[in-house]
Design a protein around this ligand. Structure first.
Ligand SMILES: [Zn+2]
Length: 412
């Protein structure tokens, strides 16, 4: 799935760099296939494209072992309904997936596109829903991002918009005769990021769909799409579903290990699981900055202990202790490194805030501080208020710093 996105992003960039290519394609439709194949090939040897995408960057969830998209469990009924329509030969040629931000529209669209192109669908985790098998020739191509009958268009650039020339090339491509599966799928994510002209260039395809062409659009803000486009698509509203399914799914994601946290995140995000994951990542980052500030304030004497502790009141005590214990151990190693090399923290592999604070204590003192915090973490008792625990710890640290400074002064 990740490779698939990289490949198609490269394709979108190709069209952006060569605005006259769309015109060329109109004259010679066969070259569209070559363009797609070329873009796919180039992505693999382009260093900038080859960087691994962070978790959540592509479709919000890690791919299955086969490299294909997983079906979000709260959307199983929607999947079953859609595939039943396909069996009844009533599958829409243009599908518009809507729903709140983070409900899983892109993940669902990716799963659906792969299911439509697989040659040997299999049961996708029970509940009578057949998804891509991950084994057939088509699935191997899908996982490698080289399937000739699948294309993805997503917003790009700083403005995060979908450009008209990219839409034109995609529509030309969609009119071509499909390959083995007699179906050709184009996926346009965040279609509400198209401007009016780009949206209008979809209309011809929507009005006169080619045989076997399937267009899947996703949009959170329906109002941004022209009514002419909306009315020509089969609309499907995806809902977060019953809370327990989403909660259990969240609990299986990295970094979310408590039911209470999963529930809190869902509540804060209108029950949309992918929004909850994004929020969790954002919160984790904010907490990290807060802890880093507190660490510097403490060791560089920038603020009083009372003020440092009150800045940390919203963080769970375990998180503070765990992070400070880890940093103490790292500071000991940095201190050792600095002592050996005689350098004062110019090592680019070392975080600058650790390099700055490591010389403040002796190596042995860092190790004993690490042990002390671990001990505090282990014997953490609810009968002591977090404020009391932290004030005690921070006072110990400050007095250790003073002792060190006094002995240094005595030595000089
Ligand atoms: Zn397959």
């Amino acid at each position: 799935m990740r490779r698939w996105r990289r490949c198609t992003t490269a394709w979108a960039r190709t069209t952006t760099r060569c605005p006259d290519r769309a015109t060329a394609l109109r004259r010679s439709p066969g070259s569209a296939e070559r363009l797609l194949a070329m873009a796919g090939g180039r992505s693999s040897d382009n260093a900038a494209e080859a960087r691994p995408l962070p978790f959540n960057d592509a479709f919000g969830m890690p791919p299955r072992a086969s490299g294909l998209a997983a079906l979000p469990p709260w959307l199983v009924d929607d999947a079953r309904r859609l595939l039943q329509r396909e069996l009844d030969d009533r599958f829409p040629h243009a599908l518009l997936l809507t729903g709140v931000d983070g409900v899983g529209k892109r993940a669902f669209a990716a799963w659906l596109a792969e299911a439509l192109l697989c040659l040997e669908r299999v049961d996708a985790g029970g509940a009578d829903v057949l998804g891509a098998c991950g084994q057939c020739a088509a699935c191997h191509q899908l996982a490698a991002g080289t399937h000739p009958d699948l294309a993805l268009l997503a917003p790009e650039g700083r403005s995060e918009t979908i450009r008209i020339d990219a839409v034109r090339v995609l529509m030309e491509w969609l009119q071509l005769t499909p390959g083995a599966q007699s179906r050709r799928v184009a996926l346009v994510t965040a279609a509400d990021r198209m401007n009016r002209n780009a949206a209008n260039s979809l209309l011809k395809t929507l009005e006169e769909p080619a045989e076997g062409a399937v267009l899947i659009l996703t949009a959170s803000q329906l109002g941004r799409l022209p009514a002419t486009v909306r009315s020509r698509c089969q609309r499907m509203l995806l809902r977060p579903g019953e809370g327990r399914v989403a909660r259990d799914w969240l609990l299986a994601q990295p970094g979310i290990d408590e039911a209470a946290l999963a529930e809190h995140l869902l509540e804060a995000c209108a029950d949309a699981p992918f929004a909850a994951i994004r929020r969790s990542a954002r919160d984790a980052l904010a907490n990290f900055s807060l802890l880093q500030e507190a660490w510097l304030d403490l060791f560089l004497h920038r603020r009083s202990i009372g003020r440092i502790v009150s800045a940390l009141t919203d963080l769970p005590r375990e998180e503070i202790l765990r992070q400070f214990a880890a940093w103490s151990a790292q500071a000991a190693r940095v201190s050792l490194l600095q002592e050996q090399s005689g350098a004062s923290g110019a090592n680019p592999a070392v975080d600058s805030f650790l390099a700055e604070t490591a010389p403040i204590l002796e190596i042995e003192h860092w190790f004993s501080l690490h042990q002390q915090i671990l001990e505090l973490h282990r014997t953490d008792s609810v009968s002591f208020r977090t404020q009391t625990v932290l004030e005690g710890l921070f006072a110990d640290i400050r007095s250790g710093i003073q002792t060190r400074q006094a002995s240094r002064q005595a030595a000089t």
